[in-house]
Ligand binder design. Structure first.
Ligand code: AMP
Length: 232
């Protein structure tokens, strides 16, 4: 039998949500899962950073909040997400990374999915203790060109500061600096962690041990997603 990773997959037709503290590996795994199923990877953090880079009014408003590790208001995020999932590439499902982050956002998403005729979301909860996260976040480097994620402690690039894939410059996100990581973890505990209870009560949550290696976590996620396809 082909290894899980190499087997062809059918369409997902579902929204998958990655829930977990910053630095738990949501971005890496969400990107991989979206590629595997040929559906969009929707990172609200990336969308906001694009607005910041372009200097749009939304970007100007969001920047100081992001720089301090605080959440951007629900109304802004919800408008941005609603617009994005209207696009045809989302008709067969999508993978959310960094959304929802509050119970208000989760409730709104539930309504949106209903309107779009999509099933209940499948929520992957990346379980990891906060002590490991500081190192993961401060060590994170991201390719400016392709978005590949490295970690100078756990998964360094072959050449310092350069992407192995395309030679792009590796950047250190301003909010991955030590002084912002604390407030980001605090925002997670206060505003996002209640979503674990919310989705568990709805029976939509799947716990994944995020302390394992990137490849092991990927296999666990593929197995979990494969087992729910078409069931709920
Ligand atoms: P991320 O790349 O997901 O870690 O997000 C970076 C920053 O963008 C966060 O620290 C927040 O300031 C903001 N952000 C991203 N997604 C959301 C969201 N769903 N709700 C509120 N703020 C968000």
């Amino acid at each position: 039998m082909l290894p899980l990773d190499e087997r062809p997959v059918a369409k997902l037709d579902r929204a998958v949500i990655f829930l977990g503290p910053p630095g738990s590996g949501k971005g890496t795994q969400a990107k991989g899962l979206a590629e595997k199923y040929g559906i969009p990877h929707l990172s609200t953090g990336d969308m906001l950073r694009e607005h910041v880079a372009k200097g749009t009014p939304l970007g100007l408003m969001a920047r100081p909040l992001m720089d301090h590790g605080e959440l951007v208001p629900d109304s802004v995020i919800l408008r941005m997400v609603a617009e994005r999932i209207e696009r045809p590439d989302c008709f067969h499902g999508f993978v959310f990374d960094g959304f929802p982050r509050t119970v208000t956002q989760a409730k709104y998403l539930g309504e949106l999915l209903k309107q779009h005729g999509l099933k209940q979301p499948f929520v992957i909860f990346m379980v990891i203790g906060t002590s490991v996260l500081m190192k993961r976040m401060t060590g994170r480097r991201i390719c400016k060109v392709c978005g590949e994620i490295y970690n100078i402690y756990e998964r360094p690039p072959k050449v310092e500061g350069m992407c192995d894939i395309d030679g792009g410059e590796l950047i250190h996100r301003p909010d991955d600096r030590e002084e912002v990581v604390g407030p980001r973890l605090h925002a997670y505990e206060k505003q996002t962690a209640p979503l674990v209870v919310y989705y568990r009560r709805l029976g939509l949550l799947c716990d994944i041990d995020a302390r394992k290696s990137v490849d092991e976590v990927r296999q666990d996620i593929l197995q979990a997603v494969g087992s729910i396809r078409g069931e709920r």
